[in-house]
Design a protein around this ligand. Structure first.
Ligand SMILES: Cc1cc2nc3c(=O)[nH]c(=O)nc-3n(C[C@H](O)[C@H](O)[C@H](O)COP(=O)(O)OP(=O)(O)OC[C@H]3O[C@@H](n4cnc5c(N)ncnc54)[C@H](O)[C@@H]3O)c2cc1C
Length: 245
């Protein structure tokens, strides 16, 4: 008899989603998080629930369709956390992608999204360009507007955790995963909680430790194959501009 069906390491959006799915499926599930819910990458993203426009260029149509479908679901079931925002693409004389190429891409984007609300796009009339606060007007040839969705990533993660807990999932914060031993029919997990070393057994262990996933995987005995992982990072620059277009 195991303590849990599933133990999840990491309280970011992925761990939260796994806990919610496990709990919704009627499984006894525990999530352990070392710092705070959404304390890692899931509070530092660009905060977009995007439809994957940029994946069109690499021909990943299935991914774009799935992203747009997920975006539509988020907009429907969490309107207080996810909302559509206008995006503006300025096209200058030297811009590599021409307006017709962008419009063709956006048309395919709308098609893959089933022409659902939020997939429309169009040109901003020249007379409205000066209202786009901060835009450089010299050599500007076109401005194209489309929509994508924005969220508060940390609030979204906490909302999924709350939903998981309401479905019977358990959450321990702070609790730091220290190691796991794989057994014939499951796994024995060791973590540190309130100064105590605790051991719990489960059928399944889910490593949702984000950028720490490789470190966590190295703590599993006997050693498991660890795929090569590249870490990515980005910089967000927020400027106080407004647009009335
Ligand atoms: C710059 C940037 C911008 C992005 N923008 C977007 C965007 O706009 N839209 C989008 O959808 N995605 C975006 N992403 C991707 C998205 O942010 C990530 O895919 C997502 O947040 C990863 O969530 P996660 O749960 O896997 O990891 P994390 O949120 O990092 O969660 C992992 C958790 O594991 C915990 N942990 C680690 N080790 C242990 C341990 N030993 N014991 C217990 N807990 C442990 C950590 O404390 C952490 O809380 C962006 C990513 C980056 C880097």
């Amino acid at each position: 008899m195991k303590d849990y069906d599933v133990i999840v390491i990491g309280g970011g959006i992925h761990g939260a989603g796994v806990l919610q799915a496990a709990a919704a499926g009627g499984h006894a599930a525990l999530l352990i998080e070392q710092n705070a819910i959404a304390g890692g990458t899931s509070s530092r993203s660009s905060k977009l629930i995007h439809g994957g426009l940029r994946y069109l260029e690499s021909g990943q149509f299935g991914l774009v369709r799935e992203s747009l479908r997920e975006r539509a679901i988020h907009l429907r079931i969490a309107p207080d956390l996810v909302e559509l925002k206008p995006f503006f693409i300025p096209v200058y004389r030297t811009t590599r992608r021409r307006p017709w190429q962008l419009k063709l891409g956006l048309w395919v984007y709308a098609l893959l999204g089933g022409f659902a609300p939020g997939t429309g796009f169009g040109s901003v009339p020249r007379s409205d360009w000066p209202q786009l606060d901060g835009i450089e007007l010299q050599d500007l040839q076109a401005v194209i507007r489309y929509h994508d969705a924005q969220t508060d990533d940390a609030s979204l993660t906490r909302a999924v955790i709350q939903s998981a807990v309401s479905l019977g999932g358990e959450v321990l914060v702070p609790a730091r995963f220290q190691g796991a031993e794989l057994e014939a029919d499951g796994v024995r997990v060791t973590y540190l909680h309130q100064g105590q070393t605790v051991q719990r057994t489960a059928h399944v262990l889910v490593n949702a430790a984000g950028p720490w996933a490789v470190h966590v995987a190295r703590l599993v005995q006997p050693a498991i194959p660890i795929p090569a992982v590249d870490l990515v990072q980005g910089t967000h620059i927020v400027v106080p501009r407004r647009t009335t277009v």
